[in-house]
Every structure is written in structure tokens, then in C-alpha cells.
Design a protein around this ligand. Structure first.
Ligand code: ADP
Ligand code: MG
Length: 342
């Protein structure tokens, strides 16, 4: 075969393999876009586990008419302009891949109205070259992304979709993770027209525990150990379940680095070490923790779905997390009648 440039849709479908694994990954990408746009309210409406439809509405900055088509094309982003920007990245997105990828494997409409624009517009793209069509629509300030028939044109991918129930469970979990990262934003989640989750924004400081109870359950929020530690420019805050509440699975481990949820070996190791001797080797500590450090101290550009990070001072970060957890566990044992296990 002669060398040829792939048509836009095919190139995007190949790239989609990395970011769009299942309906929950679509939800993650779209909700992250809403957060990056400064939205304070995000509504997520799912039909048939996301197989049929994923609709996300936000009240964020919106996209101006002239940039709507661009937003759907690959490598188009408003979040970075040069390599240095990546060093100081504060947004969740930066690759400019999500909308292009999703629209190549589903029927996607993007509707938006920035405050300063009187008319809202909708973009839709079709065909090999992903030609974008724009139409005027009625829409309040903000953006909606409507994703219908995910993987309709990639049967091999569609085969990997699980049942409605399983796919929705993944979406529910992603929304929980994201809601835990932004207490200042309201989220709602509907499935097949039924409102299943409502996480209202925390308006007054100190009412975080209410939201925590709403997302993680009363048992966790009533018994958790609060943690708040600082060292140099590192900060670790959040909540730990008492060691006696350790779980037989690792599903209740939420760790955020500068607002991004991470699953990272170094972090796991530090936490594990802090709990050593306090919980059985076959149990997992439960926690919701937020690590904050200078953006230039971490490299988020490691994995397309951004689950992993690279810390520039890995050892220091590891030891800081370990210390912070050990200190608050010791404090917990000193304050209460509880004794660490022999
Ligand atoms: P990235 O998030 O990496 O920039 P995306 O493909 O997810 O790439 O989005 C492309 C661009 O479209 C974003 O950079 C942003 O400017 C715009 N955009 C996407 N979703 C929204 C939204 N909900 N509100 C405002 N702008 C958005
Ligand atoms: Mg994005």
C-alpha cells in the first residue's frame, strides 16, 4: 500500500482508542471540560448505561460561534499554547483530543452560548473528513454536549460494552470521583430519566462533611479522621477511615493531586506503609485525600487518560505523605481510647 494520510475521521477513531474506552470515559472527559470552563453546575443525563445517550449540560463560559468547529477538531485546545504552559498547567484538559475522538465514534452535537453572545449555536460533524455544520439553536448560557449511539460505527469497540447496569455503575463511580474533587460545584446524575444523584455545591465552609456523607456514606463521614498537613510547598488534606474500617477491596481510595484523581504506585506505597501493622495485609485503607503542590513539581503528561503522574521530587513527596498520615494516625490513637494493635 502506498503511504497516505489517513482521513480525519479514521485518525480520530484511532486516537479515540486511548481516551474513549467506555461510556464512563466519555462522561469523565466531558465533565472535565465543563469544570475547565468554570461551570458551577453540571447536569449529567444518561440513557441505557450511556450506550444510547450521554448528555452533559453546564453553565460555564461557553464556546463562541467562530470556535465551535475548531473545538471539534483534533489537537485544538484553548488550554495550552506552548510547552512551558504544560509545566504550569491548572486545567484538567490540554491535549485537545476528547471532542474530536468522541465525535469520531458517536453522533455528537455541541451546543453553546457564551454570555456575551445573543444567539446559541450547535455544531455537528459528519463524514470521513468530519466536516462541521453549524445551526442556530435555543440554549441558555453555557454548553451542552449530546453523545448519541456510542461506537455505532466501530462494531469491534461496541462489542466490548458491558450491560447497561455495569456501564452505569462505572459512570456513577466517575461522577462520585469528580464530585469529590470539586465541593464548590453542583452535580446531578440521571439515568433513564430518573434523578439518582444530587450533589449540591458546598456554599458555607465547614459543611464539607455533609457533601462527604452524601458521596461516601454516613458511616465514613461520621467516623473519619480529618487530616491537614503542610510541609514546605506541599499540602495534604482530607479524610481517612479508621484503621478498623479498612476494606477487603481497594475501591474506597480517592487520592487527588492538584485536583486530579490519581492511581499511583508511589502514593499507594506511602499510604500502605503508614498503615503497616495497623491493618491486616489483605485489607485496604479507605481515604479521600488531596495533595496540593506547585504545578511545576508534577508532570501530568504521562498517560492519555492522565491517571499517573510523575513527581520531580518523588522521594520527598513519598515521605511527606507517609509522615502526614503517620502523624494523624498517631494523634487519633493518642486522643481516643483506641490502641494500635499489638
Ligand atoms: P482539551 O480539553 O484537551 O482542550 P477537548 O477536545 O476536550 O480538548 O476540548 C477542546 C476545546 O473545546 C477546549 O480546549 C475548550 O476550549 C472547548 N470546550 C470543550 N468543552 C467545553 C465546555 N463544556 N465549555 C467551554 N468550552 C469547552
Ligand atoms: Mg477536554
Amino acid at each position: 500500500m502506498p503511504i497516505q494520510i489517513l482521513p480525519a475521521r479514521l485518525a480520530n477513531q484511532i486516537a479515540a482508542g486511548e481516551v474513549v474506552e467506555r461510556p464512563a470515559s466519555v462522561v469523565k472527559e466531558l465533565v472535565e471540560n465543563s469544570l475547565d470552563s468554570g461551570a458551577t453546575s453540571i447536569e449529567i443525563d444518561i440513557e441505557k448505561g450511556g450506550h444510547k445517550r450521554i448528555l452533559i449540560r453546564d453553565n460555564g463560559s461557553g464556546i463562541v460561534h467562530d470556535e465551535l468547529a475548531l473545538a471539534l477538531s483534533r489537537h485544538a485546545t484553548s488550554k495550552i499554547a506552548k510547552l512551558d504552559d504544560l509545566e504550569a498547567i491548572c486545567s484538567l484538559g490540554f491535549r485537545g483530543e476528547a471532542l474530536a475522538s468522541i465525535s469520531s465514534v458517536a453522533r455528537l452535537s455541541l451546543s453553546s452560548k457564551p454570555k456575551e453572545q445573543t444567539q446559541a449555536w450547535q455544531a455537528h460533524c459528519e463524514g470521513r473528513d468530519m466536516q462541521v455544520q453549524l445551526n442556530p439553536v435555543a440554549h441558555p448560557d453555557g454548553t451542552s454536549v449530546d453523545v448519541v449511539d456510542l461506537f455505532f460505527n466501530t462494531p469491534a469497540r461496541r462489542k466490548f460494552l458491558r450491560t447497561e447496569k455495569t456501564e452505569f455503575a462505572h459512570i456513577d463511580e466517575i461522577v462520585r470521583r469528580i464530585a469529590l474533587s470539586r465541593f464548590d460545584v453542583s452535580f446531578s446524575l440521571k439515568h433513564n430519566g430518573k434523578l439518582l444523584r444530587k450533589y449540591p455545591a458546598v456554599k458555607v465552609q465547614g459543611s464539607e462533611l455533609k457533601r462527604l456523607a452524601n458521596i461516601c456514606g454516613k458511616e465514613f463521614s461520621e467516623q473519619c479522621i480529618e487530616l491537614n498537613s503542610q510541609y514546605q510547598q506541599f499540602e495534604l488534606k482530607g479524610w481517612l477511615a479508621q484503621p478498623e474500617q479498612a476494606k477487603p477491596h481497594g475501591d474506597f481510595q480517592y487520592f487527588y493531586v492538584n485536583g486530579r484523581m490519581m492511581r499511583d504506585k508511589l502514593i499507594n506505597h506511602a499510604v500502605r506503609q503508614a498503615f503497616e501493622g495497623l491493618i491486616g495485609a489483605d485489607l485496604y485503607p479507605a481515604y479521600v485525600l488531596y495533595l496540593t503542590l506547585e504545578p511545576n513539581q508534577v508532570d501530568v503528561n504521562v498517560h492519555p487518560a492522565k491517571h499517573e503522574v510523575r513527581f520531580h521530587q518523588a522521594r520527598l513527596v513519598h515521605d511527606f505523605i507517609y509522615r502526614a498520615l503517620t502523624d494523624s494516625l498517631n494523634q487519633y490513637f493518642q486522643q481516643g481510647q483506641q490502641h494500635p494493635p499489638e
